[in-house]
Structures are given as C-alpha cells and as structure tokens.
Design a protein around this ligand. Structure first.
Ligand SMILES: Nc1nc2c(ncn2[C@@H]2O[C@H](COP(=O)(O)OP(=O)(O)OP(=O)(O)O)[C@@H](O)[C@H]2O)c(=O)[nH]1
Ligand SMILES: [Mg+2]
Length: 331
C-alpha cells in the first residue's frame, strides 16, 4: 500500500530562457551580410493542476527539484529558439500551496481541472539582429536568456470531507466508518490505530444522495501542540460542515472529554468548535445502567444532539444516519 503523504516540500524551477544568437547573413557577393541572429526560446513554466483522480501527494519526493525545460538557442536567419517544455504537476483536489519563503498560502485547489502557474520560465535572449541600429550595423553580441523562476513550496493536502469524526483514541471511530461507508480502516483495541485519515462515502436513499466522512486519528490532550498524532490531522477537518464527536460510553467522564476535544480544536482553529455537531456515544452494548443517558445529558452543557449506538453490534446505526441527514443536510 502506498504511504499517505499529506504534506511535502518541493522545489519548482521554471526553464531558463534560451540565449539569443549572434549570426550574420551569408550572401554571395558580400563577406558579411547584416546580423540575423534570432532570439532564444522562452523557458518552460511550471504549472500545478488539480486532478480529481488523485487522492494523495505520495508521488512527490521531498526536497526534489521539479524543473521545466530550458528554451533553445536562437539561430541564424532570424530563427527563434524553441520554447522549453512546460512542466505540469498534478495534485489532488484539496491541496494548498504554501510559499516557503513568505510562509503564505498562495493557492488552494477546491475544484478539479484547475491550473495554477507557480513558476514562470525565463524570457529568451534577444539575438544580434535585434541590436542592429543606424550607428551599430553589425552587433557582435546577443543577450543571454533570463533565469526561470524558482520557488520552494510546500503542498498540503486537506481532505475534502463533509463531516469529520473526532474523538479520543479507541472510541470506535474507525469501526463506525467501516460500518457506514465502503472504507476499510484498520481497527484495533489500542490507542492510535489510525495513523492517517480515512475517508469514506456514505450512500443514502438508493444512492440518490451521498456525503463523505473523514475518520481522523485520535486526539489527546495537547494534540494542538503536537502531542499524539492529532495536530497534523486537524487540518483535515478545517473545512467540514459538521463534526461528529465520538465517545466510548464506558468512559467515566464524557463531559470532560468533550471539553478537552473542543479545547484542542479551538487552539488549532478558533472557529472549529462552533461548527454544527452531534455527539455519538458508542459501545452502548457495554452499558446496562438505564439512567446512564439521562445523567449524561444533564452533565453536557449546550444543546448538542446525542445519539447512542453500538458500532460493533450495529445498533442504532440507521437512527444515527437519519439524525445526520437532518442535522447537517436538512433532509
Ligand atoms: N464493545 C464494543 N467495542 C467496540 C465498539 N466499537 C468499537 N469497538 C472496539 O473498540 C476498539 C477501538 O476501535 P477503533 O474503531 O479502532 O477505534 P478508533 O477510535 O478508530 O481508535 P484510534 O484509531 O486509535 O483513534 C476496537 O477493539 C473495536 O473493536 C462497540 O460498539 N462496542
Ligand atoms: Mg481509528
């Protein structure tokens, strides 16, 4: 299986312009005709193109230089050099480009089939025929081509999911994803089973309507400062329309865990915790206290809807999906 890479630094270099030519017409009766050196070709540009068929950035090699072609030399008889070949780098939708010199995001691909020119090729140098003037009939020089632009960039991939499942490790996020989508994430009884985000598609009503859900690695206290695996993956839920907070119902302090998750989300991006959300209490098959839910509801502030399920035993799953339809998609 290919490794999931969701950020990579690379160098892009547009092509050097071709040098202009120094040449003189050869005519039968004159040893030297006028200057006829053509211009050099333009260096190739580097474009970045969003491709709907790509899911990862794993074909990019960190720190590699990706170069467009150089322009060719100009030639005699005023022939222009050939332009250098453009280089097209394909990336998945959801990729953003950061300029590492300024640290700024310079582009973000939200749709497929969009091309962005990241580095422009250098102009070709002028040939000597360009420099001919009344006072300078036979210039013996030509211009060099210009350098192509070079940029150090970072490509970041944010999954474009409609909903994100956020929870502590081991709460059953991946189990739920495996039950409601066609994704097959790894599931195991230890923390940090999920090391990379998984994306699945939920198909509803005979496939007349579908949405995507991202299952991100478990979040622990300090995730936004780099603890656990949470930080680098929080970016994947920046653009979701809603968050499913998932808890292991056997936990003794669900309210405290919710607070912790929201705190980590907030320190990553202030607006994240105010997104529309739903609380999922999982592993209800392990709970037999009838008052459990009432007590818990009382302990959770605000009006976030709560759904109790057993992902493993597939209990209340349809109910959960209906609740999701209503809460996030108004249907
Ligand atoms: N009893 C019970 N166990 C469950 C249920 N759902 C998941 N589990 C178990 O809980 C453990 C963790 O499940 P995962 O789906 O890997 O949990 P996760 O939240 O994705 O964990 P991380 O990827 O580590 O963050 C596994 O052993 C599952 O079999 C449930 O409804 N009931
Ligand atoms: Mg998991």
């Amino acid at each position: 299986m290919s490794k999931f890479i969701d950020e990579v630094k690379i160098v892009v270099k547009a092509g050097h312009g071709g040098p202009g030519s120094v040449s003189f017409r050869h005519e039968k009766y004159a040893e030297f005709g006028g200057p006829d050196g053509g211009d050099g070709g333009k260096g190739g540009d580097v474009h970045i193109l969003s491709d709907g068929a790509l899911q990862t950035l794993d074909k990019y090699i960190p720190l590699k230089h990706y170069k467009a072609g150089a322009g060719s030399h100009g030639e005699g008889r005023n022939k222009f050099g050939k332009n250098g070949a453009d280089l097209i780098l394909k990336v998945p939708v959801g990729t953003e480009i950061i300029d590492l010199e300024s640290g700024e995001m310079i582009y973000e691909f939200l749709e497929e089939g969009v091309s962005f020119t990241i580095a422009r090729g250098g102009r070709g140098g002028k040939g000597n025929s360009f420099f001919k003037s009344s006072t300078h009939q036979a210039p013996r020089f030509a211009q060099d081509g210009e350098e192509g632009e070079e940029k150090e960039i970072q490509l970041n991939l944010k999954l474009l999911a409609d909903l994100g499942i956020v929870g502590l490790p081991n709460s059953g996020k991946s189990t739920l994803l495996s039950k409601i989508t066609d994704a097959h994430p790894k599931i195991a009884g230890y923390a940090f089973t999920t090391l990379v985000p998984n994306l699945g598609v939920v198909r509803r009503r005979n496939d007349t309507f579908h949405y995507t859900i991202a299952d991100i690695p478990g979040i622990i206290e300090g995730a936004s400062r780099g603890h656990g695996l949470g930080l680098s993956f929080l970016r994947h839920i920046e653009r979701v329309r809603g968050i499913l907070y998932m808890f292991d119902a056997t936990s003794i302090d669900v309210a405290g865990e919710l607070k912790l998750l929201k705190k980590e989300l907030r320190s990553y991006n202030k607006s994240l915790p105010s997104k529309k959300s739903l609380i999922i209490l999982n592993k209800m098959d392990l709970i037999d206290d009838e008052n459990y839910l009432e007590d818990l509801k009382a302990s959770i502030p605000g009006k976030i809807p709560i759904v109790t399920i057993s992902a493993m035993e597939e209990k209340n799953i349809e109910l959960l999906l209906q609740k999701i339809d209503r809460t996030f998609f108004k249907i």
